[in-house]
Design a protein around this ligand. Structure first.
Ligand code: S3P
Length: 168
């Protein structure tokens, strides 16, 4: 199986990615972690010292490299991964794309807890997080909506994924 887990920041990609990869016995890659390892610095430091364009180039290159060099995998993408270059098309033609799309309050609640490691939101006041999330998510919908599997419930389980993937 070749799976790409997509969704906005705070959607639960890393959590579910680890769970699903263990459950289905798939090699697991958290794209942000692979980029961090390769670049030798955190995502926040890459944005600050090398700029967002550099980060976007690396995420697109590394995603392709991982997908083309593995027969089976689960890759948890960053929130912006599908929205740059033709990465959404690439993922749809090289595996199954799964969009985790919980409600905005659920994502915002998670983002408040891990704001500092996310450069796009690290300087926002907590009360501005909802407006930012609504606006950014709207911009990104045309990409996320191309996913082959869409999971929009707040309460999900392994069975939710099993059922959806079977029908993909
Ligand atoms: C980003 C999401 C982050 C990380 C970077 C940019 C985005 O990943 O790739 O901070 O553009 O939405 P998570 O979605 O895992 O937080």
């Amino acid at each position: 199986m070749k799976l790409f887990l997509l969704g906005f920041m705070g959607a639960g990609k890393s959590y579910w990615g680890r769970q699903l990869a263990a459950h289905w016995n798939l090699p697991y890659y958290d794209l942000d972690d692979v980029i961090t390892e390769r670049e030798g610095m955190s995502v926040a430091d890459i944005f600050a010292s090398k700029g967002e364009d550099h980060f976007r180039r690396r995420e697109s290159e590394i995603l392709r490299e991982l997908a083309l060099s593995n027969n089976a995998f689960l890759i948890s993408c960053g929130g912006g991964t599908p929205c740059f270059s033709d990465t959404m098309d690439f993922m749809n033609s090289h595996g199954i794309t799964i969009w985790l799309n919980p409600s905005i309050p659920v994502m915002v609640e998670r983002l408040q807890r891990k704001q500092s490691k996310r450069p796009l939101i690290q300087d926002l006041a907590t009360e501005d997080l909802v407006a930012f999330t609504e606006k950014k998510l709207t911009e990104r919908l045309p990409f996320y909506e191309q996913s082959q599997v869409i999971i929009s419930d707040d309460e999900i389980s392994l069975e939710t994924f099993e059922k959806m993937i079977r029908h993909a």
